[in-house]
Every structure is written in C-alpha cells, then in structure tokens.
Design a protein. Structure first.
Lengths: 241, 105
C-alpha cells in the first residue's frame, strides 16, 4: 500500500509561517510522500517562496510539487522553483519523477496545466493569435503530461499519479460558478491522463469545488485545494497492481 | 454568516470610473466587480473569495489562508462597499492533520 498525502492552494505569506508545519511533521506517521498541487504562494515572490521552503524543509517524507498560477504572478517561476528545490522539493513542470515507497516505485507526472474548459464548452485554437496561444499553452502542458506519464509507465512504475494545479475534469469544480469553469481547467489534461494511463489525478485551484471526481476513462480525480479538504493535507491509499 | 447591519464607513479608495454611493442594483454590481479586482491586485492576491449581489445586499464568502488575511479582507470589503449592506462568511483555512485516509482500491 502506498500512502499519498496531498494539498494545494496553501497560499503562504509571511504571516502564515509555521501554520502547516505541525501537521507536516506528522507525515511519516500516515504517508509515504507529500504532493503539493500548486498555488503555494500568494504572489509568487521569492520572499513567499522562502516561507514555503522553510515550511517543508527537512520533512520526514519526499515532497513533490507543481507550481500554480499564483506562483507565476510575480513572473519569477524559475526563482520560486529554485528556492523550493534548494529546500529539497522536487518541482515538476512537464516531467516526471519516481519515488520509492514501501517497496514500490511511485511515478508522479506533474505540470501546472492551464485553462480552456471542458468538452462542448471549451475554447478553440482559432482566430486571434492571443486566443490560439491561449489554447496552445494548455495543449503543450497536456502533451508534456502525457509524455511524462508514458515515460513513467515504460520505467515500470507500480503506481502513476498525475499532479496538476488546474483541473482535468469538471466534476471537482462543482460548487464553483459554472461560468468560470473554462478558467479552472481543461479536458486536454484529462485526455492526456486517460490516454497515457494513471492511477490517480490530483489537482487544486478550485477553492469552492468538490474533492471527488473521475475522468471519462475512469481515473479517480481529487481536488486537494486546502479550502476544499479543510485539512493540512489529505491522504490517499493506493495499491500497486 | 456575520451580517454588517450598519453601513461600513470611511476610507473607500475606488478605482477611477467606479460608481458613487448609489445603491442602484446595477451600480452595486460594478462596485462588487471593483472589490474583486482590488482583492486580486492588492496584498491578498485573493481570487478564491466569492462576492455576490443578493437582493440588494452583497454576500462575501470563502476561505482565506490566515487570520491576518481575513482581517485585511474584511477591512477591504468595508472600505470598498461603504454604504452597502454586506454579509460575510469568510473562514480561515484549517490546518489540522487528517484523522483518516481514503482507501482507493
């Protein structure tokens, strides 16, 4: 059994230093690894990233993260990534990593993802250059997720997890105004997950959404935005095939 | 939910082009839009709080990361919506460890 702890949207700033650490310090009692599903900061500043870094440095389990849109706001995502990496966090963007857990190889493919909406109600790659680039950005992210999941499969991972910030499905957005669904995720991410294969999909971003969902291909999706799970993290128990 | 029965007072800093003190429903909507812009742009970078017009009042609800964020949020709401009836239901994110795991067989 593999125990996966996950949380997103912790939105740390100087005033929140230490709020999550007491719970994080108990991770080795209930989890084998911790996934951070983006929006770790409020503005994506190095100062805020250092708050996150101090909160997770030296934790008793491996920490794997993707960034969220807030972590890009200050337009220094590379710096945010570097600060987290220096604290021991594996930060994924369009790539995968393998964590050895309880005798199993757990593959995590991660990308921030982006917007566009869901089948029948989605943006199209058409018209103005800005509009086309909007959709292409999401498509590149989904393609990278697909490639990373396939690589993890070829590497013989016992379990594969897709980690994103934006949502791959509309299920886990229930509770958000339907009008803004296109800004909360994209079916392209779900298509990547379903065609490459995964055992679990974890995302954040939708604070007023719902924890449980599923892709069309039957992959379980969990929205772990902290306002949704109402905990420092949730734990999901997966079983290697 | 904690209603603010009395009009909030003073210190409103509205973006250029925002409405005055009218409580006309259409203008309330623009003021709510400006509130949302301000919450995103200023120190909170808050995009996850909902602000909606309901029967002539404004309902502000959601979850924020810290008690300090909640204080700043409520102060901003008071300033931006001065003179309007405002109801708030804003909570601070919970930080306890989970008491159980979800098994995914």
């Amino acid at each position: 059994m593999i125990r996966v702890a996950a949380v997103g949207d912790i939105h740390m700033g100087p005033d929140s230093q230490g709020l999550l650490r007491p719970a994080f310090d108990t991770l080795d009692e209930c989890a084998d690894l911790l996934l951070l599903a983006g929006d770790l900061t409020r503005h994506g500043t190095p100062e805020e990233a250092r708050v996150v870094a101090r909160e997770v440095r030296g934790l008793p389990v491996p920490v794997v993260a993707v960034l969220g849109n807030h972590d890009h706001h200050d337009e220094q995502p590379e710096k945010v990534t570097g600060i987290l990496q220096e604290a021991g966090v594996t930060v994924l963007e369009g790539e995968g990593t393998v964590v050895e857990c309880a005798g199993s190889r757990v593959g995590i493919a991660g990308t921030k993802g982006f917007c566009g909406g869901f089948v029948g109600r989605s943006a199209g790659e058409f018209g103005e250059p800005l509009m086309k680039e909007f959709v292409r950005y999401t498509r590149r992210s989904a393609d990278a997720l697909h490639g990373a999941l396939e690589d993890l499969g070829r590497d013989g991972c016992d379990v594969r997890i897709a980690l994103t910030h934006f949502s791959p499905v509309a299920d886990t957005l229930a509770g958000e105004p339907p009008e803004i669904y296109p800004f909360l995720g994209s079916y392209l991410l779900a298509e990547a997950i379903d065609t490459a294969g995964a055992d679990l999909s974890v995302h954040g971003h939708a604070h007023m959404g719902t924890e449980h969902g599923m892709t069309a291909g039957g992959v379980r999706v969990r929205n772990v935005a902290q306002p949704v799970i109402r905990r420092a993290f949730n734990v999901y128990q997966l079983h290697a095939a | 939910m904690r209603p603010f029965a009395q009009p909030a007072s003073g210190g409103a800093q509205r973006p250029a082009g925002s409405s005055g003190d009218t409580d006309d429903a259409g203008h309330i909507e623009y003021r709510v839009a400006h509130l949302r812009d301000r919450l995103a742009a200023e120190e909170l970078a808050e995009l996850g709080v909902r602000a909606e017009v309901r029967a002539g009042s404004v309902v502000v609800s959601g979850t924020v990361p810290s008690a300090e964020c909640r204080e700043v949020l409520l102060r901003t709401v008071h300033e931006e919506l001065a003179g309007l009836a405002v109801h708030t239901d804003v909570v601070v994110a919970e930080t306890a460890s989970p008491d159980h795991a979800e098994d995914l067989p």
